[in-house]
Design a protein around this ligand. Structure first.
Ligand SMILES: *[C@@H]1O[C@H](CO)[C@@H](O)[C@H](O)[C@H]1NC(C)=O
Ligand SMILES: *[C@@H]1O[C@H](CO)[C@@H](O)[C@H](O)[C@H]1NC(C)=O
Ligand SMILES: *[C@@H]1O[C@H](CO)[C@@H](O)[C@H](O)[C@H]1NC(C)=O
Ligand SMILES: *[C@@H]1O[C@H](CO)[C@@H](O)[C@H](O)[C@H]1NC(C)=O
Ligand SMILES: *[C@@H]1O[C@H](CO)[C@@H](O)[C@H](O)[C@H]1NC(C)=O
Ligand SMILES: *[C@@H]1O[C@H](CO)[C@@H](O)[C@H](O)[C@H]1NC(C)=O
Ligand SMILES: *[C@@H]1O[C@H](CO)[C@@H](O)[C@H](O)[C@H]1NC(C)=O
Ligand SMILES: *[C@@H]1O[C@H](CO)[C@@H](O)[C@H](O)[C@H]1NC(C)=O
Ligand SMILES: *[C@@H]1O[C@H](CO)[C@@H](O)[C@H](O)[C@H]1NC(C)=O
Ligand SMILES: *[C@@H]1O[C@H](CO)[C@@H](O)[C@H](O)[C@H]1NC(C)=O
Ligand SMILES: *[C@@H]1O[C@H](CO)[C@@H](O)[C@H](O)[C@H]1NC(C)=O
Length: 571
């Protein structure tokens, strides 16, 4: 039945492929004469399972300020909650991507702070779209976008630091409600021999990590997945397609190393199940080549692992002297390769006078955990004579899931205007350039994620499309800027300039190390190499093969160099 549908939709698309451009080379956005009429949208609505959606910015219930259309108290309360934000098609996790800055400096936005006196404007939020529940819904949406040459964006949860889930005047395919989850202890990929089985979890595109983890745990399993407060990051969306890191990555590899099979709708309307046996090129590209680029993923099947106990190590240090703080940053970085190779994964941050870190390791005793972290604990104690005070300790958890629930259940972290850059610091950089890197990380008060090394380094760099720099990486560092809403375009430009300095300094120091596509800025230098390394050319070929209509384009995504800055006109 589905095959017949696919064949039909291929035919339908075939018939208007030739007319899909109006020869300006530009896509149609809301407000232009080319924008479809109400009747044309009604025709689309008749082909999909849900009413069309009309996304609005997160704060719109607070307007008009004198007589709010909704419950503004609730909006303020939920502002930082990633699950609340992802439940709305117009809400981005970082609200700056809901706003649009005109060339003349005027900002179109909808601020939570109504005292700023602005009206609520649509900004960068798409105006209409499809609440997709099935591959057929997505096929209909793709047909429609191609027929009218619309600017299309794909939004899942909206956890996105490059604004890829939004687009001014765009038509959106919203995958959040594709919530199916199935555990199969005997999963065989399509086309694989019957004896090739996995204990696997298949998640629909809209499933979020908190849901995936809970279902895995009900089956005694855990998995490599994203960690954020509230667990609202999508398990089957951009996280995976950009690489996907986890505190379990030093033990089990990246998200891309743990995906077994992916289902995807391409711009030709084809609904494909891709894996190592069929459409293996597309399977390769979807594992690290970037979200919103090759097609719309509808489900992902992951390996799972036996639920194991974990030990958490935490350490905190205060420093009184800038010179010593920089020395500490370098010293802590230098110790990371041994820790990741033993299986430790975790998250830390450097202030200008302090450091915090916590990490976990599965399936070892507290005694063993103590032995392997001793070099770090001792290193910090050794700095006591230079005015550093530190504390370290351990918590044992009966299972990884218990740790997850303890630390990550509460919502938060979102709703902040933010831009940042990342760097995947290699083994070589940490051994030889740690003190130079420390200068920059001190300056930006960096965070560091210990989510590579170990197993990540042992996997063939060419086995997945993801940036080969990951295979040399030990930690990912991030430097960022944030601001209060209401900041002027000039103030934001000033922060952007600061960010660009950090990007350039880190790039110059570590030109081979690359950055993580999902945690980066719109201003990365040589982004093709920085995000995809030597895989770029192959990724572009696969992109051209599976997206011949060039429907999918995102900022700094594969093939986006063929578009203008707004991603609305081909160069
Ligand atoms: C062609 O596209 C341009 C840019 O999107 C738009 O301004 C124009 O109205 C379109 N023309 C037609 C005939 O649809
Ligand atoms: C608005 O939301 C707040 C917080 O969730 C709640 O306490 C209050 O009852 C709501 N008000 C109305 C009128 O629904
Ligand atoms: C800036 O440009 C936008 C879009 O063209 C326009 O709506 C706005 O009025 C302009 N603002 C100023 C201050 O000129
Ligand atoms: C809201 O904006 C007003 C006016 O700029 C400012 O005084 C106030 O501190 C802001 N409130 C919050 C919560 O940011
Ligand atoms: C599956 O069966 C084939 C042929 O009998 C055998 O060569 C292969 O090793 C088996 N694979 C697994 C994973 O058991
Ligand atoms: C900071 O520490 C360094 C190294 O211990 C020392 O040389 C320097 O004098 C200290 N600076 C201050 C301001 O205490
Ligand atoms: C890492 O471990 C090896 C082997 O145990 C040891 O020789 C080396 O000194 C350690 N590196 C650091 C930086 O502590
Ligand atoms: C240290 O960081 C704090 C908070 O970011 C900042 O207010 C302070 O000025 C910084 N101090 C120095 C010496 O850079
Ligand atoms: C956990 O550790 C035990 C004891 O060292 C070992 O026998 C077992 O194989 C490990 N389990 C896994 C899943 O790694
Ligand atoms: C870790 O080992 C050291 C040295 O044996 C010991 O002093 C310390 O109490 C241990 N820490 C914990 C939390 O077990
Ligand atoms: C570091 O400073 C913070 C804030 O003053 C304090 O809460 C913490 O206990 C201190 N940690 C150490 C190890 O001294």
């Amino acid at each position: 039945m589905l095959d017949v549908f696919v064949a039909l939709s291929l035919l339908v698309i075939g018939s208007f492929a030739g007319t899909s451009s109006n020869n300006t080379g530009c896509l149609c956005t809301f407000g232009q004469p080319c924008w479809p009429t109400e009747d044309q949208f009604a025709e689309l609505e008749s082909q999909v399972s849900q009413p069309l959606i009309y996304p609005v910015p997160s704060a719109s219930p607070c307007y008009p300020a004198t007589d709010p259309s909704g419950n503004c108290t609730q909006v303020a309360q939920e502002w930082v909650d990633g699950s609340w934000r992802s439940s709305m098609p117009g809400s981005m996790e970082a609200p700056n991507f809901e706003s649009f800055i005109f060339k003349n400096g005027t900002i179109s936005a909808c601020y939570l702070n109504t005292s700023l006196g602005a009206s609520c404007e649509q900004g960068n939020v798409p105006v209409i779209g499809v609440d997709a529940r099935t591959p057929q819904d997505i096929q209909a949406a793709i047909n429609f976008a191609l027929q009218y040459d619309l600017k299309l964006v794909v939004k899942n949860t909206g956890h996105d630091f490059l604004g890829r889930s939004a687009g001014r005047g765009a038509f959106v395919v919203w995958t959040h409600n594709m919530k199916s989850i199935t555990y199969d202890a005997q999963f065989t990929p399509q086309g694989a021999p019957a004896n090739e089985t996995y204990q696997a979890l298949t998640v629909g595109a809209g499933v979020q990590w908190y849901e995936a983890y809970a279902t895995a745990n009900q089956n005694g399993r855990m998995m490599v997945g994203g960690l954020s407060l509230g667990g609202s990051v999508g398990a089957g969306g951009g996280w995976l397609q950009g690489g996907g890191h986890s505190a379990l990555s030093p033990t089990y590899g990246l998200g891309v190393d743990n995906a077994i099979e992916i289902s995807v709708v391409t711009s030709t309307g084809a609904y494909l199940t891709v894996n190592n046996n069929q459409y293996s090129d597309l399977f390769w590209a979807l594992r690290g080549g970037g979200g919103g680029t090759f097609g719309i993923v509808t489900s992902v099947t992951y390996r799972t692992y036996q639920q194991l106990p974990v030990v958490m190590y935490y350490v905190q240090a205060n420093v009184t002297n800038a010179t010593v703080m920089k020395e500490l940053i370098g010293g802590v970085l230098r110790l990371q390769p041994n820790l990741t190779d033993e299986g430790w994964g975790g998250y830390g941050s450097f202030g200008n006078d302090s450091m915090d870190f916590f990490g976990i390791i599965p399936n070892v005793s507290t005694t063993a955990a103590n032995i392997s972290t001793q070099p770090l604990t001792d290193y910090l104690l050794g700095l006591e004579v230079q005015g550093v005070s530190s504390v370290a300790g351990f918590y044992a958890f009966d299972s990884w899931y218990e740790w997850y629930t303890y630390l990550w259940s509460e919502a938060g972290q979102n709703g902040v205007n933010i831009m940042f850059t990342s760097r995947l610091l290699s083994r070589d950089t940490l051994a030889n350039r740690y003190s130079d890197v420390a200068e920059i990380l001190y300056d930006c008060q960096a965070s560091f994620d210990m989510i590579a090394g170990g197993k990540v380094s042992q996997i063939d760099p060419d086995s997945a499309g993801v940036n080969p720099a990951w295979r040399n990486a030990i930690v990912e560092t991030t430097c960022g800027v944030s601001w209060q809403e209401g900041a002027t375009a000039e103030e934001i430009a000033g922060l952007t300039d600061q960010l660009k300095v950090w990007i350039k300094d880190t790039y110059d120091l570590t030109p081979q190390d690359g950055a993580y596509f999902n945690e980066a800025s719109l201003y990365e230098i040589d982004w093709q190499y920085t995000f995809f390394g030597s895989h770029y050319t192959k990724l572009k070929e696969i992109k051209d093969k599976y997206d011949p209509y060039r429907l999918f384009v995102v900022a700094e995504g594969v093939g986006s160099e063929d578009w203008n800055e707004e991603l609305t006109c081909r160069c």
